[in-house]
Design a protein around this ligand. Sequence first.
Ligand code: SF4
Length: 249
Amino acid sequence: MPFIKEEFSEGEPQTSLPPADADLRISEVFESVQGEGVNIGTPSIFLRLALCNLRCSWCDTKYTWDWEQYKFEDEVRVISQKDLLRLMRERRSRNVVITGGEPLLQQRQLVAVLRNLAPEYTFEVETAGTIVPSDDMVELIKTWNVSPKLANSGNPLQARHRTLPLTRFAQLENAFFKFVIQAENDIHEVLDLVNEFHIPAARVLLMPEATDPAVLDKKSDWLAQLCIQHQFRLGYRLHVALWGNKRGV
Ligand code: SF4
């Protein structure tokens, strides 16, 4: 049954994370190329975990958490760690993109799974930066793609702006901050966060909010100018350019 709504509301979820030996709630496992972030283009296994503690209005993976629009029973697979390891070892890629939903909601089980795959595999995590990563996770992860949500996501400030996790990620040199930009005005909020958490510009990416290639191109155009102005990186969405909003690619 869906446990996200009851146990992981917009408050402080760390205290109620499932134990290390629990089964995982996953949405899908597939192989593709990394479409975003600093490792763009890398052939990767995508491990998409179900459940999220945020509710972004423009979320393109609502099937991981929106149980008013989707049926939990249809979308979520409860899988043992052993079966998940077997699923992943069937694929050729050796870079694993751990995404969601919010994968850190299941970080205790993830540590156990990833330890079984290391050191042959490399791992990157996509997170909204609302949950403090454990030291064990930090040790295992090669790249953090942290995407703090702005007001344009529709989440209340107290849910999306979490001081402890953002402070921790800002300290990690392998954590890159990827901001989803809807309109040019969003830059003010980005600058406030960058200043508040002392994030070096070289670790900031501005990424257009887009689920179709035409919008992606249009927004990338003016976003590039903002990146030059503030010395941030321009983020892209390779999977949108190649496949639009298609799922599982
Ligand atoms: S944090 Fe990510 S998965 Fe969760 S609602 Fe926002 S965009 Fe969707």
